[in-house]
Design a protein around this ligand. Structure first.
Ligand code: SAH
Length: 369
């Protein structure tokens, strides 16, 4: 079969430039040659590593967060624990192990996993083959079973496709934005810019910070995460719940191109090897709050991962674990450092939580926005 890069070039030659979101969708999710459907990208042999892959403590304290949330929700006797983009299923397995502290919670809980990659779905099935509660898969959040729910996603929002816009005439305001595209030049993939300004419908999706843009400032918008916020809202209008997302990105909207490709833990060019590199963009936590407020969905202010995990008792968990496994003391200290140090994941990564009306402030957060 033709390499994905050549297929993309042929497609653009025939149909015209692609938005960055279209490009990301094909590279990440093409069923035959896309990045996620064709491999297990995680771990030290893979392209990137995530918090649950660094340490079991991460999922364990989130397990405690889930028990607390279930209690805050009034201990419903059926609870759906829904995970978006579960990777290898490690976080869920750590959550469920820790959650066995509360037998009543375990009796209530059913797990639903939402995974775009058949390869990873198979790995999840293995990791969770002896899970202490029923596990099933759903195609999307909309298709997940109804009822009170805890929704979680770690490093899920960063792989959702973004569109990029560049302000070309700030005096024109929202009408000054033009879309950055993927074009072909001299037989190669290149960035280009759409000559026309974006439609009013798309203008309306720009975050409020667009007002402060100077000429040539770039803004990123993630339509798929807006859709997730809407789906969470629809769900929480019917049934109680919380949705917790942890990812990398700033607390408020920032200008600038953040699209990046990773291969074997190193940054590479975003056009270097389509379908064989991980593509992500930072999550705009400012925009997420705006989206939630626009539909009256209660949301917390984002907090740095270090603060969130610390409030969940990560350090205490590390001490307990080191006591139980004295030979692993140094390793556990290193893991703790990676998750919380400000030059590691501690500050760059943030947690944010959406919830149904009437719930208290969730554990780990400072205040509702
Ligand atoms: N949460 C895991 C994995 C993060 S990698 C961890 O922290 O280790 C991103 C995960 O999201 C992968 O499982 C990937 O296959 C999945 N994914 C990417 N795009 C998706 C989509 N549109 N819908 C569902 N899952 C998706």
């Amino acid at each position: 079969m033709q390499p994905l890069k050549d297929r993309l070039i042929a497609k653009i030659n025939a149909e015209g430039p692609l938005s960055i979101a279209e490009y990301m969708t094909i590279c990440l999710l093409d069923p035959v040659q896309g990045y996620y459907p064709t491999r297990d990208p995680l771990g030290s042999d893979g392209d990137f590593i995530t918090a649950p892959e660094i340490s079991q403590m991460f999922g364990e304290v989130i397990g405690l967060w889930c028990i607390q949330t279930w209690q805050d929700m009034g201990r419903p006797n059926r609870l759906h624990l829904i995970e978006l983009g579960p990777g290898r299923g490690i976080m869920m397995s750590d959550i469920l192990r820790a959650a066995q502290l509360d037998k009543a919670f375990m009796k209530a809980v059913n797990v639903t996993l939402i995974e775009a990659s058949p390869a990873l779905e198979a790995v999840q099935g293995k990791t969770l083959s002896s899970a202490p509660c029923p596990i099933s898969w759903a195609a999307s959040l909309d298709k997940a079973p109804q009822g009170p729910a805890i929704i979680i996603g770690n490093e899920f929002l960063d792989c959702l496709p973004i569109r990029q816009f560049i302000q070309k005439d700030r005096f024109a305001g929202r009408a000054g934005w033009q879309e950055r595209m993927v074009a072909v030049d001299d037989g190669n993939l290149r960035f280009g810019i759409s000559p026309a300004s974006i439609s009013e419908t798309v203008q309306a999706t720009l975050p409020a910070a667009q007002e402060d843009a100077k000429d040539d400032d770039l803004l990123e918008v993630c339509p798929a995460s807006a859709q997730i916020v809407d789906q969470v809202k629809a769900r929480f209008d019917r049934d109680s719940g919380r949705a917790l997302f942890i990812d990398y990105g700033p607390e408020t909207t920032e200008f600038g191109d953040s699209l990046q490709a990773l291969k074997r833990h190193k940054k590479v060019g975003v056009f270097s090897d389509p379908g064989n590199t991980d593509l992500t963009a930072r999550v705009d936590f400012g925009a997420l709050q705006e989206l939630a407020r626009a539909v009256d969905l209660p949301v917390t202010l984002p907090v740095p991962q270090r603060e969130f995990l610390s409030k969940l008792g990560l350090e205490m968990r590390a001490v307990a674990l080191s006591r139980a496994q004295p030979n692993s003391k140094d390793k556990i200290a290193r893991q703790l450092h990676r998750l919380t140090a400000s030059d590691e994941m501690g500050e760059l990564f943030k947690a944010i939580c959406f919830q149904s009306e009437g719930l208290s402030l969730p554990l780990g957060f400072r205040e509702l926005a």
